[in-house]
Every structure is written in structure tokens, then in C-alpha cells.
Ligand binder design. Structure first.
Ligand code: 13P
Ligand code: SF4
Length: 317
């Protein structure tokens, strides 16, 4: 299936017939981003899903995102064009592992990144995304221990920003972002000395970027650690003529649309998430035609997960 005009018309017609709103994450293929009613980061999309009055949400993203929409809107039908679209980061902690960790730290507040399964969210006090993780941890009284997971690089970033000592970090990672490494970033930065660096905090290179700035190799004001949604805002605001982007390569499409005059380059152009790219034009068409794959979350798990997700969408508004 080619994403041509006939496809666009068919998708629009079927979405109208189903009373469906189409949401796409910033890492989706360009055709999927362009046809969606809303494209954004995981926090923005969660908020839109919660506020939407459409009876069906079609989530073009990965499974935990669609699950989060279902947790917030249990009465809506939530579809994902391919339920196999998982996430290596969400897979890095299970409900049982989190229960065991909590047992080792009684009384600690659990902050889990939104990239987690519903079962993990049900064991969590507050969920966060990369755009509000610092605000979420800051909102916790200083004398309470914090368990933060599952992303170790986002955890390290939050710890540095908040200066918090009583914060324990789970050793999970996203295979796409962990693969964007410091030496590659340093080499690109040396080739483009005037470029801004937009870096997602899940990257293995985030620490090195701060190190480079600390050493004076890159001016500190050029190093910007941002969620995908904040990258789009910063693209509109920056005076830079070129920007090196350290995140999944799908991001470049929204950035170029937001600031056509800027030369955006990937730090690692092999950083593509195969899970995100499972949402093809054919899969989207099938989802709308057949009402599949439907996302279901056990109602009891969803009820336990809801409070933590609700806190996430309220903090940092
Ligand atoms: P954000 O869109 O919240 O920055 O998340 C990035 C990500 O890796 C989602 O899978
Ligand atoms: Fe998960 Fe990484 Fe893919 Fe995002 S880019 S969906 S964190 S595997």
C-alpha cells in the first residue's frame, strides 16, 4: 500500500465513519505523521487522548502508548494498527521485578517512565515522561526515597538536574537511544562546531554531551536535553542554522516542518525504532477497516494504574 492520495482519502473516510481520532508519535513514518489529527510526544498524546470526545482512538505508536490511552479512557475503543509494536525499554522491567524492588525500599515513592506496561504502572505512584520527569521528582518531598525506572539515562539526567541523593535508578535502556553514543556525538559536534545539539535524555550520549560541555569542547548553551515535543518547540525558538539531533530518526520530519530554514542532521542515522515502523500505511488502513488490533487492559490493573497516569498528565501542565 502506497501512501498516495487514494490512501489518504480512504483513511479519512474510514476514520470519520468510526468516529476515530488518529494520534501519531513523533517517531512514526512521515506519511503516518502527516495523516494524523495530532502528532506529538508521549505526554502530549496522552493528554489529547484523555481529553478527546471521539469514541475511538487509533494510536499510531507503540503498545504502551495505546495502553496508556486505554487506562485513561476505559470506555473508549483504542486501536493500534499492529499490536506487536512493543518497546525494548518497557520490556526492561516487569511487574514482579518492581514489586521485589519496592520490598527492598519500603516507603519509597515509585516514579516510572511512561514506557512501561500497565502491570508496572499499577505498581507505580507517579508516571512521568521525558518532558516532565524533573518536575515529577521535584514534586516529591525531599525526605522520601525515590525509585526511578526503567530508563537509566533519563534517571541520571533527572538526578543531575534535581541534585537528589536519595534516588535509586533501575538499569534499563532503550536499544535505539542507547546506541547513540558519546564518541559519535563528539565527532559530529567537531564536524559542525556551530550546530545546536538536541539530545533526548534516553540517549547513551546525554552524559557525554554534558561532559563535552563541561570540558568546553561544546559551548554549554548549545547542548539541549529535550523530550521529542520540546525539540519541536526549541526548533522554532533557536537562532542556530544547523542542529544535530540525537534521537530516533523519525523526529527529523516534524523538526523540518517546524523550522524549514534549519539544517537538521541525525547524530546516528541508523537510529530507527523497528517497533515504531511497524505502523505502516497498510496496517493503518487495516486497523480502520477491521477495528483491529484492539487494545485491552484488565479493568482491575487499569484502575490501579490510572492514578499514577493521571498524576503524570497533571504535573508540569
Ligand atoms: P517522548 O516522545 O516522550 O520524548 O518519548 C520518546 C520515546 O522514546 C517514546 O518511545
Ligand atoms: Fe521504545 Fe526506544 Fe522504540 Fe521509543 S525508540 S518505542 S523507547 S524501543
Amino acid at each position: 500500500v502506497e501512501p498516495d492520495e487514494a490512501w489518504v482519502e480512504e483513511v479519512r473516510k474510514l476514520a470519520r465513519e468510526r468516529d476515530a481520532v488518529l494520534l501519531a508519535h513523533n517517531y512514526q513514518a512521515p506519511a503516518i505523521q502527516d495523516i494524523a489529527d495530532h502528532t506529538g510526544d508521549s505526554l502530549a498524546l496522552s493528554r489529547i487522548a484523555a481529553a478527546s470526545d471521539a469514541s475511538t482512538i487509533v494510536f499510531c505508536g507503540v503498545h504502551f502508548m495505546a495502553e496508556t490511552a486505554k487506562i485513561l479512557s476505559p470506555d473508549k475503543t483504542v486501536l493500534i494498527p499492529d499490536a506487536r509494536a512493543g518497546c525494548s525499554l518497557a520490556d526492561s522491567i516487569t511487574g514482579a521485578q518492581l514489586r521485589e524492588w519496592k520490598a527492598q525500599h519500603p516507603g519509597a515513592v515509585v516514579v516510572a517512565y511512561v514506557n512501561t506496561t500497565a502491570e508496572v504502572k499499577a505498581e507505580t505512584d507517579i508516571c512521568c515522561t521525558s518532558s516532565n520527569a524533573v518536575d515529577v521528582v521535584t514534586s516529591i518531598p525531599a525526605d522520601r526515597e525515590v525509585l526511578f525506572g526503567p530508563d537509566q539515562f533519563l534517571g541520571a539526567h533527572v538526578k543531575r538536574k534535581t541534585g537528589r541523593e536519595n534516588m535509586h535508578i533501575w538499569a534499563g535502556e532503550c536499544h535505539v537511544h542507547a546506541g547513540i553514543n558519546g564518541p559519535e556525538l563528539a565527532q559530529r559536534a567537531a564536524e559542525h562546531p556551530d550546530a545546536d545539539l538536541f539530545i533526548h535524555p534516553e540517549c547513551g550520549c546525554a552524559t557525554s554531551a554534558l561532559y563535552l560541555a563541561g570540558e568546553g569542547a561544546v559551548p554549554a548553551d548549545k547542548v539541549k536535553i529535550l523530550s521529542t515535543g520540546d525539540m519541536v518547540q526549541e526548533a522554532r525558538a533557536t537562532k542556530a542554522k544547523s542542529v544535530l539531533v540525537a534521537t530516533e530518526v523519525g523526529m527529523l520530519h516534524q523538526l523540518r516542518k517546524a523550522a524549514p530554514g534549519i539544517d537538521f542532521r541525525a547524530v546516528n542515522d541508523r537510529a530507527s525504532c523497528a517497533y515504531m515502523k511497524m505502523i505502516t500505511p497498510a496496517a493503518l488502513l487495516r486497523a480502520l477497516r477491521d477495528g483491529a488490533d484492539e487494545v485491552r487492559v484488565d479493568p482491575e490493573t487499569a484502575a490501579r494504574a490510572r492514578a499514577s497516569v493521571q498524576r503524570m498528565i497533571e504535573i508540569g501542565q
